[in-house]
Design a binder for this molecule. Structure first.
Ligand SMILES: CC(C)(COP(=O)(O)OP(=O)(O)OC[C@H]1O[C@@H](n2cnc3c(N)ncnc32)[C@H](O)[C@@H]1OP(=O)(O)O)[C@@H](O)C(=O)NCCC(=O)NCCS
Length: 391
């Protein structure tokens, strides 16, 4: 990342800066060079390291995508087998991490618990401060294997159950569903969840990835960068939207009330969660797959209500505002029909996005420059200090 370039980004790179020198929310500002992923907002195209997301969703797996994001190319069979084995070997959490989760308040937000647990994992990794490529890859592997284990343990422990030990021979998607519920998912459900993880893996300089790069750019370690990224992801304008989509569907309750709900929300200038995107001006390509999964999982469980309501919201908002669903919109009803608690949807996003975060952190370390932009000062100048007694 080149901050000098960022601070002086040419006008052509500042697509909607308006009258201010600083684009609101840095929209359109190019803040890094990266080979990890690219979003074409006009055409609705998402690529990871050159591969179209549709191609990967059809043929690849989450683990293969993890390799792709970290190494810039698809693995051969031996390399993928090696990664699968290494992930399996890294599932086991330090016992202190489980003890810590047991000490968390049971009603705490799972995203807050995940953030705190990840931060504390640093204490138990003697390699954690090794920022060499090999050291950083080891930490990235550890976190990618352990985030799903922590999330499943949070769910079990807060319900007064014992965490279920991971099975090293299972992939991340299957293992997570198994550890969550204590029973093996069907092959199809595990594959759908695997593709959900793949679809959420990277999205260029989204808020949490940018956060991770800013922290890594100070040469803080990966645990610190990922802890900050989890905090950024938790907000309702970012990863937190998926939980809010399901809350909205439950609040609406019936397809007959969708139109009124949307009209009222728009009249009150309220945002419909899971709709709109800072970059896409057309269909989010990830939503194309998630819409299909919502329908399929709903049909397989004999309950298509949530999918149909989602479709109706989509039609209404498209007609009224010309806006489209984003990645969070149909993932909500997909996870709901898989029987996953609402407040785990955003931790699941983190279980996937850890691959993109760590890919970007590796890239940042490899060619580091402290990220330090400037602010456009709009406050007063030349004020004279007045002693407190005279104010
Ligand atoms: C994602 C998001 C933050 C991107 O927004 P943005 O590019 O910053 O656009 P803004 O928030 O400035 O909105 C621009 C206009 O679209 C409207 N808009 C944006 N998202 C909307 C939504 N979800 N529902 C209704 N209106 C929306 C805004 O009200 C605004 O309208 P106005 O010009 O009449 O005031 C925004 O669409 C949003 O908040 N969506 C809901 C949360 C969500 O799903 N987040 C997950 C993103 S992957």
């Amino acid at each position: 990342m080149d901050t000098a370039k960022e601070a002086t980004a040419p006008a052509s790179e500042k697509k909607d800066s308006g009258s201010s020198a600083a684009a609101a929310g840095l929209r359109g500002v190019v803040a890094a060079q990266s080979s990890i992923g690219d979003v074409n907002g006009e055409q609705g195209i998402l690529i990871y390291q050159g591969y179209d997301i549709h191609d990967l969703a059809a043929h690849s797996s989450f683990e293969e995508t993890v390799f792709l994001l970290w190494h810039g190319r698809l693995p051969n069979r031996q390399e993928l087998d090696e990664l699968d084995r290494a992930i399996g070997e890294n599932y086991a959490l330090p016992s202190q991490a489980i003890d810590m989760i047991r000490a968390f308040p049971r009603n705490a937000e799972p995203m807050d618990m995940l953030r705190t647990a990840v931060s504390a994992l640093d204490f138990y990794d003697k390699n954690g401060h090794d920022l060499s490529r090999e050291g950083a890859l080891r930490t990235a592997l550890r976190l990618t294997a352990q985030l799903p284990v922590i999330t499943a343990a949070i769910e079990r422990i807060r319900n007064g159950q014992e965490p279920i030990e991971a099975k090293p021979e299972l992939n991340i998607a299957t293992n997570f569903l198994y550890m969550l519920k204590g029973e093996m998912p069907s092959e199809r459900e595990a594959r759908i969840f695997d593709v959900c993880l793949l679809l959420h893996a990277d999205h260029e300089l989204n808020a949490s990835t940018f956060t991770a790069r800013v922290v890594a750019g100070t040469l803080a370690d990966i645990y610190g960068a990922v802890t900050a990224a989890i905090a950024a992801l938790s907000g309702p304008l970012h990863g937190g939207a998926n939980t809010n989509v399901m809350k909205m569907l439950l609040e609406i309750g019936d397809i007959s009330r969708v139109e009124d709900y949307v009209h009222n929300a728009l009249a009150q200038k309220q945002k419909i969660m899971g709709i709109g995107h800072a970059v896409y001006k057309t269909e989010d390509p990830r939503a194309t797959h998630l819409r299909q999964f919502s329908k399929e999982v709903g049909e397989s469980k004999g309950e298509t209500k949530w999918f149909e309501m989602s479709q109706k919201i989509e039609e209404t908002i498209k007609r009224e505002k010309g806006m489209y669903p984003n990645v969070d919109f149909y993932s909500a009803s997909t996870y709901y029909m898989m029987g996953i608690p609402l407040d785990l949807y955003t931790p699941i996003f983190a279980i996937s996005r850890i691959s993109g975060w760590t890919g970007h952190i590796l890239e940042q370390y490899a060619n580091n420059k402290l990220i330090r932009p400037r602010a456009e000062y709009v406050g007063p100048r030349d004020l004279k200090y007045v002693p407190i007694e005279q104010r």
